[in-house]
Ligand binder design. Structure first.
Ligand code: 5AD
Ligand code: SF4
Length: 470
């Protein structure tokens, strides 16, 4: 086992380590200020973790660059959820070999979900000797000390600690956006869906204290954030294990009661814990967006059982029908896995029929990827990759028709949108509805970061076009 460090008490505080790093880098920097290149793979949780790392780096005096060539510190925050994501990381890390040869003083580091897997850490250790620092998701709070030790000792550090059950507070976040941002409300996952690596690399579920989350939300709203997303692998089970009277619906109501002009979003929900109380809370709220991301993964009860999902197709539809009844404008999205081990075409047809029955706004669709160490990795998987690809294309085609129809039904309506960025189309802006549908319209870029009203004039597949209402 590669573990040259164990998670133990810090000898100095994080602040003190960051100060020392700042002193070292003021001498060693390659240009006028020390620069960091941080590349994030995978989900919103990883984006949020990277924002914490950037917060710590900025306290140590680093500025940020999109060009790895000019960086003093290069960090890849990795994702382990599918094989494809891992392959990309290995490929991109391999490409840094030359850079390190040309600039030996550059520190190259890897962190995130991949690094909590023993076999990955070993491969990095043996095949990528130019990587100087490797740390897993549980060691994020130790980053100041690890960075300092790497710079001072020059020895390679590999640290994993997936037994840590603590929530570490007080890390300063440097958010990527100035009007859209994430707040992690819990870490880890206890669900052990049979295909999923997350519980093994992010550990047991643990919630942050409500007062800390509410204060963070209040600060963001006061400083002008318009779109706040609460993050967790299974937000519906928020609060379990805390010594106070709280659940996810209550937390939402507490945040919703803060005055201001903003939207509140959350992800991801698990159907087994999606309560009527939560849907009633969305229906009666002032700020919660009309969007429910509720992954169903498969429409076949047989496959859902093999996936260890703890709900049936019928239970899922019951939740969806309740949501549609209470919140008629709700926009529903989902995640689907195609080609789970043992899935037959008959099972897959059940997924197609569920997609048609619900009428999703959009879908995140994935072909099953074998993850070593999960129960599904040991199951028979007789269907060929070509066959799975065909099913996958059939699913995309079905969803495309549904999304087009759904978007077409919005033509003529006026929608409140949050303007996000310039569109690739000259003179146009990109915005999003409360239901998370993209709307493009002609407008001045000074509108970015503001809410506007747009009359929908056209629908192109899953993108709407509209006119600004002055
Ligand atoms: N293969 C394919 N997709 C997966 N997901 C999680 N694990 C796997 C896997 N092994 C998908 C699920 C989950 C989303 C984040 O990623 O659909 O909801
Ligand atoms: Fe993975 Fe299931 Fe947990 Fe989601 S709920 S992170 S799919 S184990």
């Amino acid at each position: 086992m590669i573990q040259t460090e164990t998670a133990k008490e810090l000898e100095l505080s994080s602040q003190e380590y960051l100060k020392l790093v700042s002193q070292i880098m003021s001498i060693r920097k390659r240009s006028d200020v020390p620069k960091a290149y941080v590349r994030t793979y995978g989900c919103q949780q990883n984006i949020s973790d990277s924002e914490m790392i950037k917060g710590m780096l900025s306290q140590a005096g680093y500025s940020f660059t999109d060009n790895a060539e000019e960086a003093d510190f290069i960090l890849f925050n990795t994702c382990a959820v599918r094989e494809h994501a891992e392959d990309r990381v290995f490929g991109n890390v391999g490409a840094l070999k030359n850079l390190k040869r040309r600039h030996p003083q550059v520190l190259i580091a890897l962190c995130g979900c991949m690094m909590e897997q023993e076999h990955v850490a070993k491969r990095i250790h043996d095949s990528f000797p130019f990587v100087g620092l490797v740390f897993g998701t549980h060691c994020l709070h130790e980053f100041p000390k690890l960075l300092y030790k790497s710079l001072v000792d020059g020895k390679r550090i590999f640290l994993r600690d997936n037994d840590d059950l603590c929530v570490h507070e007080g890390i300063k976040t440097l958010r990527d956006g100035s009007f859209k941002g994430f707040i992690p409300i819990m870490y880890g996952c206890d669900n052990f869906c049979s295909y999923c690596i997350v519980p093994y690399v992010r550990g047991r579920e643990r919630s942050r204290r409500p007062e800390i989350i509410i204060n963070e939300a209040r600060d963001m709203i006061l400083s002008g954030y318009k779109d706040i997303t609460l993050l967790g692998q299974n937000v519906n089970s928020y609060g379990k294990g805390l010594d106070c009277d709280i659940n996810f619906a209550k937390l939402l109501r507490e945040i919703d009661s803060i005055d201001g002009d903003y939207w509140l979003r959350f992800m991801t929900s698990h159907p087994k814990d999606c309560s009527k109380e939560l849907l009633d809370t969305i229906a009666s709220s002032r700020h919660i967006s009309l969007h429910l991301h509720l992954p169903f993964q498969s429409g076949s009860n047989r496959i859902l059982k093999l996936m260890n999902r703890h709900y049936t197709r019928e239970k899922y539809l019951e939740i969806i029908n309740y949501a549609k009844e209470k919140i008629p404008d709700i926009s529903i999205t989902s995640d689907i896995i195609v080609g789970f081990p043992g899935e037959t075409y008959e099972d897959f047809k059940q997924t197609l029929s569920l997609v048609e029955e619900v009428g999703f706004t959009s879908l995140f669709t994935f072909i099953y990827s074998k993850r070593n160490g999960t129960p599904a990795a040991k199951m028979d998987d007789p269907i060929s990759a070509e066959e799975k690809s065909k099913w996958f294309s059939e699913l995309l085609k079905t969803q495309e028709k549904i999304a087009s129809k759904r978007c077409a039904s919005m033509v003529g309506k006026t929608e409140k949108v949050l303007v996000e960025e310039k569109s690739k189309k000259e003179g146009f802006l990109c915005a999003r509805t409360s239901g998370n549908i993209i709307v493009e319209f002609l407008g001045d870029e000074s509108l970015i970061g503001t809410f506007q009203n747009v009359k929908i004039s056209k629908a192109r597949n899953w993108v709407l076009q509209g006119e600004l209402i002055k």
